[in-house]
Design a protein around this ligand. Structure first.
Ligand code: 5AD
Ligand code: SF4
Length: 445
């Protein structure tokens, strides 16, 4: 145990909130063993790079960062370089790391995060390199500590893995099959978090709509049941979740928005494409019409709901006409915000083998017009907020201006306003004075 005491570690995280939360767990385990976090790798004894494999640019950034660790190892032979996360669940990546980056000491994956402190002790104690990747298993390791990034909001995993196999996506291969935590474990964790000052939780899963947790009473609970249970937790003020697959969004969950006052009126509902041909080749199991109907139902039940999405352009075989359908869907829905992506070939996925790949310049041209359409919609939606009073959880000081605070509305819109730092962590009333394309400006009431 003492081998790790006093060591300084730095974690570099790529990718989604799931990865950010895994890094919080890694941090929690290291602090439990007496390590201290530092925010610069040049000043650390241990660096951990938590990788993402969702698109090719994430791979490239990882290898670039890994290259920079070489000189730290040369300066200090005791320095320990570790890599983990989604990329490490792919054998061809592990082979590349081992052959081209010999200064890496520890490789571990997404299923054995809990083993990291032991691997580190072995490296210090026995002076050898460690590579340990677990195969997926139905087991969930409970009770790991976590060092939260924020004091007043927290991520909570409700399930792991994905069974959907969208044809472009690597996640089912790197995160394994779906498994749900028990509702009691989730509620217990959130109670502990609220006891520690947390006001907002974001429930995480690749597709929370297929949550199916076994209760201690032998009954199974779906995601809407879970929301109702969490809504009863005293001290908790806001519930969010990520991500929701349109094919599994139930009427019961829509009703939970109406019944549960803590469930924020916000949904991230990835559409990916607006053409039925493309949706079918992506293996998404819904049509454009079904998706639009869902949006309509949501807005009818929860009139002020904000909606964000993910869209991929340049999926293999996407024609100009298919792309126009994506544009028209974006205009019809008028999203509050959208993450837009150029299709990226992922080795091992079905779409990587499709022959009708789209040339880069066409992808980029389509991407630019998509971004314009998305931004027009966001600007229009945000403009409607002028004059409204919104409840805002104050998150911190703006990165752009140290005299400005930032926070999030219930609908997950970013708001900038002037205010005292001791408002951080509180939910306050802010009057919106301006709606911009990507954020709102306001004044504290
Ligand atoms: N290329 C581009 N975007 C992708 N995504 C997932 N896989 C790919 C890929 N191969 C996007 C999807 C998903 C989001 C997290 O990343 O839009 O919803
Ligand atoms: Fe990937 Fe589709 Fe699973 Fe989302 S639902 S993680 S896009 S396979």
């Amino acid at each position: 145990m003492d081998l790790l005491k006093g060591k300084k570690y730095n974690i570099i995280t790529f990718g989604c909130q799931m990865n950010e939360h895994d890094s919080e767990t890694i941090s929690g385990m290291l602090q439990e063993r007496g390590c201290q976090e530092t925010f610069s790798k040049d000043d650390s004894d241990i660096t951990i790079i938590n990788t993402c494999s969702i698109r090719e640019n994430a791979d490239k950034r990882f290898f670039g960062t890994l290259g920079q660790l070489k000189k730290l190892k040369e300066k200090n032979p005791e320095y320990v370089a570790c890599v983990c996360g989604c990329m490490m669940q792919q054998q061809h990546i592990i082979d590349t790391v081992k052959s081209k980056y010999p200064w890496v000491d520890i490789i571990f994956g997404t299923h054995n995060i809990h083993r990291f402190p032991q691997l580190l002790e072995k490296v210090y104690g026995e002076k050898k390199k460690m590579a340990e990747i677990f195969e997926d298993s139905p087991e969930i390791v409970e009770g790991l500590p976590s060092k939260r990034l924020y004091k007043h909001k927290a991520f909570v995993n409700v399930m792991y893995g994905c069974n959907n196999f969208c044809t472009y996506c690597i996640v089912p291969y790197t995160r394994g099959r779906e498994k749900s935590r028990s509702p009691e474990d989730i509620v217990k964790e959130i109670r502990t978090l609220t006891g520690d000052g947390v006001k907002e939780v974001t429930l995480l899963g690749q597709n929370v709509n297929s949550y199916r947790g076994a209760g201690g009473n032998g009954k199974f609970y779906d995601f809407a049941d879970l929301i109702y249970m969490i809504n009863d937790i005293e001290g908790l003020e806001r519930i969010r979740f990520m991500t929701s697959h349109p094919k599994d969004l139930s009427d019961k969950l829509i009703q939970a928005y109406v019944d549960c006052e803590k469930l924020c009126n916000y949904i991230h509902l990835p559409v990916q494409a607006g053409s039925n041909t493309v949706l079918s080749r992506m293996n998404r199991h819904y049509t454009r019409e079904k998706y639009l109907e869902l949006v309509h139902k949501l807005r009818k039940a929860v009139p002020d709901i904000t909606i964000s999405t993910d869209i991929i352009v340049g999926f293999p075989g996407e024609t100009d006409e298919d792309f126009r359908e994506t544009l028209s869907l974006v205009r019809e829905v008028e999203y509050d915000s959208a993450f837009t992506f150029l299709y990226s070939v992922r080795k091992g996925t079905p779409a990587a083998e499709y022959e009708d790949q789209i040339p880069e310049e066409i992808k980029h041209r389509r991407f630019d017009s998509l971004v314009d359409a998305v931004n027009e919609g966001s600007a229009r939606r945000n403009a409607l907020y002028k004059g409204r009073v919104e409840k805002v959880l104050v998150e911190g000081v703006s990165k752009k201006n140290e005299h400005t605070l930032t926070g999030r509305t219930e609908g997950f819109k970013l708001v900038d306003f002037k205010g005292d730092r001791d408002l951080i962590g509180q939910i306050i009333d802010v009057e919106i004075t301006e709606g911009k394309t990507f954020s709102l400006a306001g004044k504290v009431l």
